[in-house]
Design a protein around this ligand. Structure first.
Ligand code: ACO
Length: 427
């Protein structure tokens, strides 16, 4: 809290004094909690001006293009850390010592197998199901298998659930893929890194040894780091809202996965790749840019724009670099990358995009990298969900650790006023 106050003058000239809260970084926040006592609510659909909670996990300055996890800049984490270390930082608030990291890694790797019965659950789905549909279902179903970590009021239960989710997500994600192509599931290997093990479970078969390419392993690790958390985005807010009722962690993360699926959120990398394929050659770009600017056309340039970043998304810069590394390693000259780079160039120099501060976001390049690795586009959002699970858990745990109120927004009612009911049905 600061000494600052905001005074709101009401119609009858009465006034309400509201406290102003100050974080360690970022905008001050007007505390409107007492407004209801004066017969008023605030109106903010889409939460464009509302802080829904206090958090110590991630800070974003969208105008400056800054993203910090527990104070550490994302570019430094992406360059000098690895995904599991970032997970430790997000969950625990500090960078681990070597011993703490080893213990954390061992716990994660020792919980990567899923209950064998869950494999039967997979077999209940159609082979052509969207893998996000399967992920939602299977993640929610974990609550039916791990009864010993469902009491959200017990800290140890919360911790066990956190490890289970973090450890089992890559196994379930890879199983979604294997199931869709009719191949046998591949069990996790504890001698591999988190990213390496995921690639192994995706691409190994019983008939051939799969050697994890270190450049692709590093690229996958970076993709996971860059998607690990992003403060109160739609899916994280969904997890917090679901969790605020005391729902079990597996149900909450399943809710987060459902929210992430939307094309305006996690579905954007799949949509970006589809768009680049549709554009197909550099010559077609002007037509798509024209459509994106046309108010009568619902088409948007996927991978452009962000609710918070009104500057270059710092994650997109790292992703762009990784994209070139992967294509070089695989000796691929990708036509889509050429289209992407030209599109980026044209859009960044177009007054429409400049005025609206629409820059490429993290999803603009990630699709090209994943495609080059041989991952089908339907799996892109699944990989995003796998990476974001740690962020969702960190926020869910923070909410429980610090005490919470059930999320219950109010509304501006614009429906009928009271009227008599007369049934038109035959009695
Ligand atoms: N292409 C063309 N125009 C756009 C785009 C775009 N991708 N994004 C925003 N605009 C325009 C809007 O038409 C609007 O123009 P107007 O002021 O003339 O009406 C203006 O920019 C502001 O757009 P809003 O929709 O109000 O911005 P908002 O912050 O609500 O939306 C969002 C952000 C949803 C990400 C939007 O930019 C978008 O749809 N982008 C494409 C989808 C995408 O890439 N999503 C991934 C986000 S990153 C993530 O989830 C990891």
């Amino acid at each position: 809290m600061t000494d600052k106050k905001v005074t709101l003058t009401l119609q009858d000239n009465a006034s309400v004094e509201l406290d102003v809260m100050q974080g360690t970084l970022g905008q001050d926040v007007v505390d409107v909690r007492t407004l209801g006592n004066h017969g008023l609510f605030t109106f903010d659909p889409g939460f464009t001006s509302t802080a829904s909670c206090e958090s110590k996990i991630t800070f974003i300055d969208g105008d400056e293009g800054i993203l910090l996890h527990r104070g550490f800049p994302i570019s430094e984490l992406a360059t000098h850390s690895n995904y599991l270390e970032v997970c430790y930082i997000l969950l625990n608030g500090e960078a681990p010592t070597q011993a703490q990291f080893e213990e954390f890694r061992t716990t994660v790797t020792r919980h990567t197998m899923i209950h064998e019965q869950i494999t039967r659950l997979f077999h209940g789905f159609r082979r052509d199901s969207h893998p996000m549909a399967v992920m939602c279902g299977v993640t929610g179903a974990l609550a039916a298998f791990y009864h010993d970590s469902l009491d959200v009021n017990i800290e140890r239960h919360r911790e066990i659930a956190a490890f289970r989710l973090l450890s089992k997500m890559p196994t379930m994600a890879a199983m979604c893929y294997k199931y869709s192509i009719g191949q046998p599931f591949v069990y996790p290997r504890n001698d591999l890194s988190y990213a390496g093990n995921f690639l192994h479970m995706m691409f190994a078969t019983p008939c051939e040894e799969y050697k994890v390419n270190p450049v692709l392993e590093r690229a996958m690790d970076r993709i996971l780091i860059l998607h690990a958390d992003h403060e109160q985005n739609a899916s994280t807010s969904t997890v917090r809202t679901a969790g605020s009722s005391g729902a079990n962690p597996f149900a909450c993360i399943a809710a987060g996965i459902a929210s992430l699926w939307g094309p305006a959120h996690g579905g954007a990398n799949e949509a970006t790749l589809r768009m680049l394929e549709e554009i197909s050659t550099v010559e077609h770009i002007p037509e798509f840019v024209r459509r994106a600017k046309d108010k009568n056309d619902s088409f948007r340039l996927m991978g452009f724009g962000h609710r918070v970043y009104k500057n270059y998304d710092p994650r997109a810069t790292v992703m762009r670099e990784t994209c070139h590394e992967v294509l070089n390693e695989l000796g691929m000259k990708d036509d889509l990358l050429e289209v992407a780079m030209e599109l980026e160039h044209i859009a960044l120099n177009d007054p429409y995009f400049i005025e609206r501060k629409l820059y490429p976001n993290v999803d603009f390049y990630s699709g090209i990298i994943l495609k080059a690795m041989g991952i089908p586009s339907s799996m892109f959002t699944v990989i995003f969900a796998m990476a974001r699970t740690v962020g969702w858990i960190a926020h869910w745990k923070e909410m429980h650790d610090e005490g919470m109120k059930i999320a219950r927004p109010r509304q501006l009612y614009t429906g009928y006023t009271e009227r008599p009911f007369t049934s038109a049905l035959k009695k």
